[in-house]
Write a protein that binds this ligand. Structure first.
Ligand code: OFO
Length: 168
């Protein structure tokens, strides 16, 4: 049995995960439009992972006798200044998600909801990986510094990413 407060916190987080998917599909679409299929693939896989995150939370809430109440999602950003801009925005978004996961874990501990505390440990680790992944790709893009052939190579590398796999 989950408290109303924890149910609401996870309900909100479920929507954030679904928004993350919505945002990453928009980024994928931006890259497809620029013929950068590898970057588009990276964000498509990222979006699919976000749906998986949301579904894990959806299933958990119902498993502990709560309920997910679906509401609207915000519109994602569709226009970006550059490849680097997309990744910097993605990192900013992941940092925001991390803060919210931390707040849920803190609230779970405060009310002695150890099941929710335990469940969200997976997300704590996942956020470390997500932020690290975005940071490393930002570092690569800064090294490349607009060099077209290096960008093309990175595009090819990112094409190989599949669901459940880290990027090169
Ligand atoms: Fe679900 O981790 Fe990104 O947003």
């Amino acid at each position: 049995m989950i408290s109303e407060k924890m149910n609401q916190l996870i309900n909100d987080q479920y929507h954030r995960e679904m928004f993350s998917a919505h945002q990453y599909f928009a980024m994928s679409s931006y890259f497809l439009d620029k013929d950068l299929d590898g970057f588009a693939n990276f964000f498509r896989v990222q979006a699919e992972e976000e749906i998986m995150h949301g579904l894990k939370q959806f299933d958990y809430v119902h498993e502990v006798d709560g309920k997910i109440t679906s509401g609207p999602l915000e519109a994602p950003e569709n226009e970006f200044e550059s490849v680097l801009d997309v990744f910097e925005k993605a990192l900013g978004h992941e940092r925001y998600i991390t803060q919210n996961i931390n707040a849920i874990v803190k609230a779970a501990l405060e009310e002695g909801d150890f099941a929710t505390h335990n469940f969200f440990q997976w997300f704590i680790e996942e956020q470390v990986e997500e932020e690290s992944l975005m940071r490393s790709l930002i570092a690569k893009l800064k090294l490349i510094d607009g060099n077209t052939s290096a960008l093309y190579m990175m595009n090819e590398e990112l094409m190989a990413r599949k669901a459940g796999q880290e990027a090169a």
